[in-house]
Design a protein around this ligand. Sequence first.
Ligand code: BDR
Ligand code: CA
Length: 307
Amino acid sequence: KPQLLIDTDPGVDDALAILMAHAHADIAGLSIAAGNVGLEHTVRNARTLLDLMGSAAPVFAGCATPLVRAPDEDAAFVHGADGFGDIGFAEPKAPLSAESAALALLRLTRERPGELTLVALAPLTNLALALRIDPTLPERVARLVVMGGAVTGHGNTGKVPAEFNVGFDPEAAHVVFEAFPSFDLVDWEATLRHAFDDAEFDTWLAAGDKRADFFGRIVATARRYNAKHDRSGVIAADALAMAVAIDPSIVTRSETRAVAVELDGRLTRGATVVDWAARLGRPAQANIVLEVDHARFAAMVRRALGA
Ligand code: BDR
Ligand code: CA
């Protein structure tokens, strides 16, 4: 079973990804970032999920703000003001570790060098901070899989070409993209190509166990938002990245290219710039996932819902 260290900002699609990790892998730890909503909510949501799954995985709170600039926007309009569809869940019981996320990432990868796959489902603030403390981090992880970017500029933020995780903290994404000699990049556009059909998803929700019931409730706000904005189906960016982390053989088409992050730009701050034609002479470090085996992806999600 893959051993996963998950950096996350739950977040509805983060929740689905974590359910998948619990069903198909071992969770070595959850490091929590601010992003979709504020850190107090993302930490609490992670703990709510651990209660639901009956998991004792440790949770580490990370950075409450991006490295440099205050973000232009959060994603509460999709995920709900509390990040979990505003259901009003009771105070969770799962404990919060006293160690901060960046330090925990460094410690866990020192204790288990080469064993852990790092799955980044949030703005990359915690990873960037860890890399500034200890630049040898990449040598100790088995793989890095990042949900982030919009490789042909069809982003999902107010800065048109930017995807949310990279756009929320572009400096952090820059630090991570420069530091890792190789990583898998699951971008927003791949996510849109791998949305789930609404009717089919509903059959999984109906057939599943308490995890399906829980997910059906928290995803309702996001589904309403997407329907209103002409995005059909259940879009689950972090779940796609998690599928690639759990089983890389699910990838059916990918291209390895140099990817950089635009840090300035009047319209383009936070855009991922892909050197498609290999003109810049930079090392091609990002394995850009373009397609996965959709049926296998669906089967992984279904099982994570108990359906
Ligand atoms: C990413 O941004 C967040 O809103 C989602 O949880 C996902 O990690 C998609 O752009
Ligand atoms: Ca996320």
